[in-house]
Design a protein around this ligand. Structure first.
Ligand code: GLC
Length: 478
């Protein structure tokens, strides 16, 4: 049986800040269903909920080299809903508030990568064929594997896959490579790590991993260009033959309007039931209760990546229309402030919740007619896929995974599951919303057909999980 160990810095429900945590929760489950032994390893952070921590079993204590020092590591294990999760324990590094943002990130995550490799000796019943690493925090696993373990029989056959969920975050540090990595400077290391006078973990991962993947086909192409390449486009072009795009899926059991316990009225494809969700949400939020006003929803980190600049630029024009806008999320202070001010000016049209709340998110997906996602760039994006599942039509910019999953409605062919625009331009965004609203108000038959197409779209993990398995198998037969 194929054995895959997913190495990551986030995984729901233990520790999550964004889409990475969702993918590391749902992908191993989808892979496991296809008769693969899929397990996950992550740091044991201080704020993993106590109900999970108390179930963890200690497997082994050992020491891990970090530069010239040795640090304590504990391997712990916990089986949860059929998946085996391993945790690397070191309270000095990980028993802190939150997940990221510390002065010693380079050291914390290089410790983690080395500890993952050391811990393979103690997973008695499990010798992975593939180490599947995710984002810069895990990028040193392929590096250390090839530099420190190549002569050890247990490790010789292991292949590595490195997935880029977001090229923007690369793990760039000023530090000298030797200090925390224990690698002495050489031409090879310098070329892999060197980044405009700093060191770059993600760049080294790209050099050393056997395969690189990213989370959509379009993003895989985009990041080879200067506009999207975040100064690594040259490296990605150089290694283009080992880079592939595999679109993310979402868990269709978790996100299911038929059984979702958080929404007001469950439905499969009934628009009347979907509308009840809107009426109830309007009432709960204190918006005018009307069925014929389109509700525009957004559940998002409030960051530049998510296209907030476009929204704030046109927000007054948008709210001069007969619409209701509901936004849930937290993020950069400037956007939070501008949106709060807009919500104060338009209390009967806009509701803003500067927080994250899963139950409220589900209510918004179910109640909205349109889902706004005008991203500047988007490696994959998950929330527009959830919106589709709830029959809510996405309005997206054609970039990354948004381009690969949303077909803008085409009047000639009748095809399309949403609406999209090309240029990062606020009035193109507004125009596209208006185009959608025109169908909503004046062409209900067409509108209903687009909603039907949205319900028909299938972005579960089924196909993508198989693509990962094919990739793992092709590596092992090399
Ligand atoms: C990052 C990306 C997002 C992607 C997610 C999971 O959060 O920004 O587009 O869906 O990772 O791969």
């Amino acid at each position: 049986m194929l054995k895959v160990l997913y190495v990551a810095s986030e995984c729901a429900p233990f520790a999550i800040t964004g889409g990475l945590g969702d993918v590391i929760e749902s992908l191993p489950r989808a892979i496991q269903k296809k008769k693969v032994d899929a397990r996950v390893i992550l740091p044991k952070y201080g704020n993993i909920p106590a109900e999970y921590k108390k179930e963890m079993m200690h497997v082994k204590s050992f020491t891990v080299p970090v530069g010239w020092r040795n640090q304590y590591a504990g391997l712990q294990v916990f089986e949860h809903q059929g998946i085996t999760y391993y945790f690397i324990d070191n309270e000095g590094y990980f028993k802190r508030e939150g997940i990221y943002g510390y002065f010693d990130e380079a050291e914390r995550f290089s410790f983690f990568c080395r500890a993952v490799l050391e811990s393979l000796q103690y997973m008695d019943d499990f010798q992975p064929d593939i180490l599947h690493c995710n984002d810069w925090q895990t990028a040193l696993v392929p590096v250390f594997l090839k530099e420190f373990y190549w002569d050890k029989p247990l490790y010789q056959k292991i292949k590595t896959v490195f997935t880029i969920h977001n090229l923007k975050y690369q793990g760039v540090f000023w530090m000298n490579v030797e200090d925390v990595l224990g690698l002495s400077s050489s031409k090879q290391y310098d070329e892999a790590f060197e980044f405009y006078g700093d060191i770059n973990f993600m760049k080294a991962g790209i050099y050393y991993a056997d395969k690189i993947t990213t989370v959509s086909n379009t993003y895989a192409e985009e990041i080879k260009t200067a506009y999207f390449g975040e100064n690594l486009d040259g490296v990605l072009r150089k290694f283009g033959d080992k880079l592939v795009g595999i679109i993310n899926g979402i868990d269709y059991n978790k996100y299911n309007p038929e059984s979702d316990p958080h929404i007001y009225a469950n439905y499969r494809t009934s628009l009347a039931k979907k509308e009840q969700n809107k009426l109830m949400l309007q009432e709960d939020m204190g918006l005018p209760v009307r069925n014929n006003v389109p509700m525009l929803g957004m559940v998002s980190r409030l960051t530049r990546q998510k296209g907030l600049d476009l929204l704030v630029y046109i927000i007054d024009e948008l709210l001069s229309l007969d619409v209701q806008l509901v936004i849930l999320g937290v993020g950069e202070y400037g956007y939070e402030h501008t949106l709060r001010y807009a919500a104060e000016r338009h209390p009967a049209k806009m509701q803003l919740f500067l927080m994250f709340n899963e139950a409220m998110a589900r209510k918004i997906y179910a109640a909205s007619d349109l889902y706004l996602m005008p991203s500047l760039f988007e490696p994959c994006g998950l929330s527009h896929l959830i919106a589709l599942r709830y029959g809510t039509l996405p309005v997206v910019r054609e970039t990354g995974g948004l381009k690969d999953t949303i077909q803008s409605y085409n009047e000639c062919t009748g095809e399309g599951n949403g609406f999209s625009f090309t240029n990062f331009n606020a009035h193109d965004f507004l125009f596209t919303i208006k185009r959608a609203l025109d169908f909503y108000h004046n062409q209900p038959v067409i509108w209903n057909n687009i909603v039907k197409n949205a319900f028909k779209a299938n972005y579960s993990w089924h196909t993508s999980a198989q693509r990962y398995i094919d990739l793992y198998e092709s590596l092992l037969s090399d």
